[in-house]
Design a protein around this ligand. Structure first.
Ligand code: ZN
Length: 208
């Protein structure tokens, strides 16, 4: 397959459009032909690298992606997406980049973001800047066939952060006022939309 990869950390010039082996789906995984991937700040940080970061090189960036399932491995009971629905060949899906092990005490309690062996797709494992990616089906959500792949890929990671902070931790309620600092970036554009959807006030600050 073709992928955008890097063999050493650095600026944009280390990125290569190159051939890389197409992944083979393991039992319980789906092979996805990607139609869209999104750029996050994290991708730039990983490409630049930081002390202590140990990646298997070459590395492929990309946490976000949406595409079509072209192969499935394992029995139907092993093909469940996160909400237990069984995925089929040809399904359009969006990726949940939070890779929990599915076995530790936190994963079993539904807190896969606190998994003892947590990985983020594209950060410590190869990601979505490629023609194909293979992932456990529990990382996938089926999309309506007419849903735009680009919108799905652009939303996945930033909406998780925004939802977790506003709804899970902040418990924002209708008619409350929410201050969103830097509402032009990905996470806070999502925060703005989620807060409005809940019915909270997100208008500009009134000057005295
Ligand atoms: Zn876990």
């Amino acid at each position: 397959m073709k992928a955008v990869l890097f063999r050493q950390h650095g600026g944009p010039d280390v990125l290569e459009y190159a051939d890389f082996p197409t992944p083979e789906p393991k039992p319980g995984e789906a092979l996805i032909r990607l139609h869209a991937a999104a750029l996050n700040r994290m991708d730039v940080m990983v490409r630049n690298g930081w002390p202590g970061l140990k990646l298997e090189l070459p590395h492929i960036n990309g946490a976000d992606g949406a595409g079509e399932i072209i192969a499935l491995s394992g029995a139907p009971a092993e093909r469940k997406q996160a909400d237990e629905a069984i995925l089929e060949l040809g399904d359009h899906v969006v990726i949940d980049a939070n890779l929990g092990c599915g076995k530790c005490e936190f994963c079993l309690a539904g807190k896969d973001n606190m998994c003892l062996q947590w990985h983020l797709l594209g950060e410590t494992v190869r990601g979505t800047y490629a023609e194909y990616v293979s992932l456990p089906t529990k990382q996938l959500y089926r999309l309506p066939k007419d849903f735009d792949f680009h919108q799905a890929a652009a939303a996945a990671l930033v909406y998780q952060t925004a939802w977790h902070s506003l709804v899970k931790l902040g418990n924002v309620q209708k008619d409350e006022t929410v201050l969103i600092i830097g509402a032009g970036g990905g996470v806070n554009t999502a925060s703005l939309q989620i807060a409005k959807w809940i019915g909270a006030r997100v208008g500009p600050l009134a000057h005295p």
